[in-house]
Design a protein around this ligand. Structure first.
Ligand code: SF4
Ligand code: FES
Length: 800
């Protein structure tokens, strides 16, 4: 890069020639006021607040849109620059209301701050101010559009970052205003970032609105449990209550953004379901008890199951959103009691190739390297809903590099990217066939043979034009490809084979393979041993000694369960199996922050635990980074950090290794176990059972975790539930062709679903992205509670 010499306020500087004046000023600590400029957005240069004097230029220049040039002399504080800046300030205040005392942005408003430096103390204008009518744009964002200074940050954010233009700037001149083009809500999964972007109080947080003044708040940082990046959070509290969550800047992970689920899930802290005291079920009635009795009862219950039915009758379901310390102690407790039936992969259905799983699910490379490729293959992922902030990085890579994104999904998800002609949406077995054919063709192109145990299976795959086209593309870009295997693939019944095919594709094309499961601490759960086939630190339990996966536990009908931060019916991919499985148990102890009716029906003992914002711990993100967080507010009621309860339970069960006094003792113990492990491994080749190539007759249900139903906290964030994604979670989706074949009127709003002895009426919509003979009903939704994951389904119109 060529260097140029410039002068900034008399200081000579050598800077890169591709930089703008405002960037250089920021780097050297020279303050230039601005409204429309934002480092992550394109240039608009519309507000003119950043005007500076450039010698020999006929008039002041906008620093955000003026590139540096050799010999340029810039003055940001000269009389000419200050006069220009003050004029712009006066111009902006002509129409801006003087309502700071009742504005939520007061105290943290760019306009307010800059007006102190550049505004007059009295207005020269006597004319009426412009008024803009407000519209309801959904449950997340409040509008006071009369305050808008038309910087268009919010519009550019939608266009460039979120990939969906929810807001626009219709009208011209005096009539220009910011609004939705069509009547609709602004609640795509990262939309609420416009709240932080808006430099005035035009867009504010609806859930937070009028609940505190910014100068009263105390702030702490924390880590997100919902996404695999481990986004950094700033948690603002007032008198022991979380008032709002905003992004804490971390350029390597979440940059300056936050997904809406991370921003608003704090609402669940005050949900009426909060469990505040230990409770025990006696003769079918729930009673509050003290902690000593509750813990003694829990230990006796677990030991009782072992004594009565043997340790193999005991299982544990653990949340991949719990901390590594909690997960480590929970699996240690179960293993100390003699059982390996431990699982945290509750949104996955096929475990046939689990021995080939990498030790740490997540990213194969740092994010910057992962995105710096010309070809990205997304297999089985609704990226925008599963990993919203990763999706915006992919969109940026697609736009800037450019990187071609090929999506091979069971449903035609809207990834908000230019569609690649190689992208396809295919029913699960057809998708498998397509990948197998591509592997076969790629092996032929590269002159390599597919080794055992996959050779025979791959040889049988058929190769058509679409497999040839994809294989050609992979061969062309050899070594410069990233493959992302997502949560929708993991939810499919043939995931084992899809995983192996992705691994073969990666091997033959020199690609990196990253796994993106649901649950922000999935990597931590795997390393902490919250798996039936691996101990903490990754040691494999061979063959028959391995424990059962969660579907096996429920099918086998275990007699006792320990639940950690899990409501099985809503947190397992197959709600019906979970419901029936728990009904067979004699003793269920749930360490939970919430006591729903359903959990009360199935548990015998409820122990209230503090959610992540009320406790400390560590999450390991998809990059393998250990990120610790502290309690931002005290635990509510009598709830306690789960790690302390698990440690006491270990002692009460008379197990060795539960002597830790502090949380850091648990963390250090796990770190020592994990440290020898090389967790940079990828999916290992392992044997698979070959599928019957003819798809089974009848309808197939497709399901995965709905974005706002995937954890107890998310389900209880009321603002998220009111978004389009929240409402749609209970809606069945199928194509018009499938509906017509079932003689269903596509204009009808309800549909009848029959499966085994079940018959229920559901809301439905036409979704042409769902493949033929399939329907989609999200897991974790209320509608899905009674619907099995697999079986014979019939859809019909609702009888008049
Ligand atoms: S609403 Fe806020 S962010 Fe959007 S244009 Fe107006 S001032 Fe800028
Ligand atoms: S910040 Fe430069 S014109 Fe707005």
């Amino acid at each position: 890069m060529r260097q140029v010499t410039i002068e900034l306020n008399g200081q000579p500087l050598q800077v890169d020639s591709d930089r703008y004046v405002i960037e250089v000023a920021d780097e050297y600590g020279v303050t230039i006021p601005r409204f429309c400029y934002h480092g992550k957005l394109s240039l608009a240069a519309s507000c003119r607040m950043c005007l500076v004097e450039v010698e020999r230029a006929p008039k002041p220049m906008p620093a955000c849109a003026t590139p540096v040039a050799e010999g340029m002399k810039i003055h940001t504080r000269s009389p000419k620059a200050i006069a220009a800046q003050r004029s712009v300030m006066e111009f902006l205040l002509i129409n801006h209301p003087l309502d700071c005392p009742i504005c939520d942005q007061g105290g943290e408003c760019d306009l307010q701050d800059i007006a102190v430096g550049y505004g007059n103390n009295a207005s020269r204008y006597r004319e009426s101010k412009r008024v803009v009518v407000d519209h309801d744009i959904g449950p997340l964002i409040s509008t006071d559009m009369t305050r808008c200074i038309q910087c268009t940050r919010c519009v550019r954010f939608g266009q460039e970052i979120a990939g969906v233009m929810e807001l626009g700037a219709p009208g011209r001149g005096e009539h220009m205003h910011i609004a939705t083009y069509l009547e609709g809500s602004v609640d795509a999964e990262i939309s609420a970032n416009v709240i932080d972007l808006c430099p005035v109080g035009a867009l504010t947080s609806k859930p937070y609105r009028f609940s505190a003044r910014s100068w009263e708040l105390s702030s702490m940082t924390s880590i997100s449990p919902h996404d695999i990046l481990g986004s950094h959070l700033r948690v603002d509290t007032l008198r022991g209550e979380v008032k709002r969550v905003v992004p804490a800047e971390c350029e390597a992970l979440n940059e300056c953004w936050l997904s809406d689920r991370d921003r608003f899930s704090y609402q669940a802290l005050t949900h009426p379901d909060r469990l505040l005291t230990p409770e025990i079920k006696r003769d079918g009635r729930w009673q509050k008890i003290d902690w000593d009795s509750a813990l003694t009862y829990a230990a006796e219950g677990l030991l009782g199951v072992v004594k009565e039915s043997g340790s193999s009758a005991l299982g544990a379901l653990l949340s991949a959103e719990s901390s590594v310390e909690e997960l480590y102690l929970a699996q240690k407790l179960l293993r100390g009691l003699g059982s390996h039936h431990i699982d945290s992969r509750l949104w996955r259905s096929d475990f046939s190739t689990q021995q080939g799983d990498p030790h740490r699910p997540g990213f194969a490379k740092p994010l910057a390297e992962l995105m710096a490729v010309p070809l990205l293959l997304v297999i089985g992922s609704d990226l925008t809903k599963e990993q919203p902030l990763l999706a915006q990085r992919v969109r940026r890579a697609a736009r800037e590099l450019p990187c071609e994104v090929v999506a091979l999904n069971p449903i035609d998800f809207d990834l908000r990217l230019p569609a690649s002609p190689l992208s396809q949406h295919l029913a699960p077995l057809v998708l498998e066939g397509h990948l197998a054919g591509t592997v076969k063709q790629l092996a032929k192109l590269s002159g390599s043979a597919v080794a055992e145990p996959h050779r025979e299976w791959i040889e049988q795959a058929s190769v058509g034009t679409r497999e040839e086209a994809l294989a050609d593309k992979l061969a062309q870009q050899h070594g410069q490809i990233s493959i992302l295997l997502g949560a929708h693939a993991m939810a499919l019944p043939n995931y084992g084979r899809l995983q192996q095919l992705a691994a073969l594709l990666a091997k033959l094309s020199g690609a990196s393979l990253s796994l993106l499961p649901t649950g922000g601490n999935s990597a931590g759960a795997a390393l902490a041993g919250a798996l039936p086939h691996r101990l903490a630190g990754g040691a494999t339990i061979e063959g028959g000694d391995a424990g059962m996966s969660w579907p096996q536990m429920f099918s086998e009908g275990l007699k006792g369960y320990l639940l950690l931060n899990v409501e099985p019916v809503d947190d397992c991919l197959d709600s019906q199996l979970a419901y029936q499985g728990l009904a067979k148990a004699d003793f269920v102890v749930a360490l939970s922050s919430y006591g729903s009716d359903l959990l009360r029906e199935q548990a015998d003992l409820l122990l209230p635990i503090a959610p992540f914002l009320e406790s400390e711990g560590t999450f390991i993100n998809g990059l393998g980074e250990w990120q610790s967080y502290f309690a931002t507010v005290p635990p509510q009621g009598e709830s306690k950090p789960a790690w302390k309860l698990l440690r006491v339970l270990g002692n009460l069960c008379d197990l060795a290794g539960f002597e830790q006094m502090e949380l850091c003792d648990v963390t250090a113990e796990l770190r020592e176990i994990v440290s020898p492990l090389d967790d940079s491994d990828s999916v290992a080749v392992t044997a698979v059972s070959v599928a019957d190539p003819s798809p089974s007759a009848g309808l197939q249900r497709l399901a995965a975790a709905a974005i706002y139903r995937a954890s107890p906290m998310l389900r209880r964030a009321t603002a998220l539930q009111a978004t389009q994604d929240g409402v749609r979670a209970d809606t069945l989706r199928l194509s018009s062709a499938t509906a017509t074949a079932a003689k269903i009127d596509v204009s009808a709003t309800d549909i009848e679903l029959k499966a085994a002895d079940l018959s229920l009426t559901l809301n439905w919509v036409v979704d042409e992205g769902v493949p033929p003979d399939c329907f989609y009903l999200a897991a974790g939704s209320e509608a899905a509670r009674r619907v099995p994951l697999q079986g014979r389904f019939e859809l019909s119109r609702v009888a008049d």
